[in-house]
Design a protein around this ligand. Structure first.
Ligand SMILES: [Zn+2]
Length: 576
């Protein structure tokens, strides 16, 4: 009977991506189907990782060495280690990360659903993010935080090879949990921006000692003592604890204190979540004034630009982000035929094509190349290149409002992915744009909406503020500027600020001992000259039209930052 059910499920779901109302970035693939499509199913612990760059596409990948504990499929004996390739990783101070992509961390343990990679050889997680069932405190969780149970009965098949403990854990004695004795405030929050949670009750202990507050930082249930110890505690007394709400998901509150474990009845609802940590090992990435016109240029692929409805949808979503979050993203007036080159410092919006398809079940994803710059003891992480990749396999609806049956709402998906570019992580609150899965009835709550929610606007603006106000000055990095006219999504009818940048020219370049600046309007400007390593060499002010001296500097590459009327521009200069 079970076999027949599985076969039936398989048939239905092959059709599902085309016929279901999936209008977000990820289509849920039922576990039965994932099991059926995987070539190898093992439980294993991730013991070692190695990043490498594949020169064929100039992208960073990670080789993950899994130590298997048991096998359900595809193996007749347990190897000492099993190699799995995942997308993204860190190499030489830069990294690539993708949403809706499995990016496991060392020590991760669970069940891995793997399939043979026809292109590269080796094994990949099936449906990427959906190819791992995480084990935490002896229970298993699906990618969406769904609790699967303590045993592995949900696998619906017996292990071919018995379970072997890699690192036996001391059996923990069962905890008694007292429910309902604690209260907390606020009841709804934005995670990751320093909001403080006040927990009240009794028996917490006069001092924190080994006590902690457990929340849900990664969607997999209550945090363990080690993770909980990393939260920022403001105060701790026997009756009240204050702690900053770290990036994470909606959760009940648990306090482990001197009188044992207490749990709230209510749930703290996290409506927006500032966090790219789930995709990136380093946790904060600044946007900056990359194009020296205030921020970043985004280019539409011809496939999108030549489709007037898709172009209009893209313009509208970018305008919404400019005006509601203040992010300085400017669309380019010309299209591109290039797709997904993360190294080119051009942000693009494009459909994938044959050979570059995303993992099964993915409608779209946000791709990011970040770099780091080190000055003294500070390592500064910044966003260098971004892509919005849409699957070409879906039938898109480009309009506003409710989405017709069987179509995928392009604007909604784009809003979700651009939300990631402001470091909004996923939430487990259905109804919010950043909920990753939208393929059932509650979707009705948001398929008519064409704007971010107010919590998402507040959270997205937070990252924009950080990106406008950072004081780090090296590697030519300058803060992002506020768009002068947020409605002007192409920057064409441009403000003074935009014009100043576009028209400024530093010449001659390569230069001798002196640089001149053409295009300055009357007034005083200030400048900073940086070495190619980002070291500030000299600064000064000069009247309009005056020159900047390079005298005494060795030949080489320099960065000249010009500051006038509150707007800045950066110029690369070669001294002969
Ligand atoms: Zn997402």
């Amino acid at each position: 009977m079970k076999k027949i059910t599985q076969l039936f499920m398989g048939l239905i779901l092959v059709l599902a991506p085309l016929s279901a109302q999936d209008f977000c970035s990820l289509v849920h693939i039922p576990l039965e189907q994932r099991m059926a499509h995987a070539d190898v199913v093992i439980s294993a612990k991730l013991m070692r990782q190695e990043c490498f760059r594949d020169l064929r596409d100039n992208r960073i990948y990670t080789r993950n060495f899994l130590v298997p504990q048991a096998a359900w499929k595809g193996l007749s004996s347990l190897p000492a280690a099993f190699e799995m390739i995942t997308e993204g990783g860190m190499l030489d101070g830069e990294g690539m990360s993708y949403t809706n992509t499995l990016m496991p961390q060392l020590g991760d343990e669970g069940i891995w659903l793997l399939y043979k990679d026809a292109n590269r050889g080796g094994f990949l997680p099936y449906a990427s993010l959906q190819g791992m069932l995480r084990k935490q405190e002896d229970a298993y969780y699906d990618y969406n935080g769904k609790h699967l149970g303590k045993a592995v009965d949900f696998m619906d098949m017996p292990a071919v090879l018995p379970e072997k403990q890699v690192s036996p854990k001391p059996s923990s004695s069962a905890q008694t949990i007292t429910a309902g004795a604690i209260n907390f405030s606020p009841k709804t929050a934005i995670a990751g921006i320093g909001q403080v949670l006040a927990v009240t009750g009794s028996g917490f202990g006069a001092t924190q000692g080994s006590g902690y507050v457990a929340l849900n930082p990664n969607g997999m249930g209550f945090s363990d003592p080690i993770v909980s110890a990393t939260f920022r505690y403001i105060s701790w007394s026997d009756t009240k604890i204050e702690v900053e709400i770290p990036s994470g998901f909606s959760t009940k509150i648990r306090v482990v204190g001197s009188s044992g474990v207490q749990e709230s009845t209510d749930t703290l609802r996290i409506l927006a979540n500032v966090s790219m940590r789930q995709y990136n090992p380093a946790d904060f990435f600044y946007l900056n004034n990359q194009n020296t016109a205030g921020g970043y240029y985004w280019t539409m692929h011809h496939d999108i630009r030549n489709n007037s409805a898709a172009k209009q949808a893209t313009e509208d979503v970018f305008r919404h982000f400019r005006c509601r979050t203040g992010v300085h993203y400017t669309l380019q007036n010309s299209g591109t035929s290039a797709r997904f080159n993360l190294g080119d410092n051009v942000q693009s919006v494009a459909f994938d094509t044959a050979g570059s398809e995303m993992a099964a079940g993915i409608v779209a994803r946000y791709e990011q190349l970040w770099s780091s710059c080190i000055l003294g003891s500070v390592t500064f992480y910044y966003v260098r290149s971004q892509e919005l990749r849409f699957s070409s396999k879906f039938d898109y609806y480009y309009g506003t409002g409710a989405v017709p049956a069987g179509k995928t709402k392009f604007r909604y998906v784009m809003m979700h992915e651009l939300g990631h570019s402001l470091q909004l992580g996923h939430v487990n609150e259905e109804g919010q744009t950043m909920h990753p899965v939208v393929d059932n009835l509650p979707a009705i709550k948001w398929n008519k909406r064409d704007t971010l929610t107010k919590e998402e606007i507040q959270a997205g603006s937070y990252l924009v503020q950080q990106s406008r106000n950072f004081s780090f000055r090296a590697c030519g990095l300058l803060p992002m500027l506020e768009p002068a006219n947020c409605n002007d999504v192409y920057g064409s009818a441009s403000s003074l600020a935009d014009r100043v940048h576009v028209n400024l020219e530093v010449y001659p370049n390569p230069a001798g001992d002196e640089l001149s600046i053409r295009g300055l309007t009357a007034g005083v400007f200030s400048y900073c000259l940086f070495s190619s390593e980002g070291k500030l060499l000299r600064r000064g002010t000069a009247d309009s039209g005056n020159n900047v001296s390079l005298q005494g500097l060795p030949s080489g590459c320099y960065f000249l930052s010009l500051n006038m009327g509150g707007s800045q521009s950066m110029h690369k200069v070669l001294k002969q």
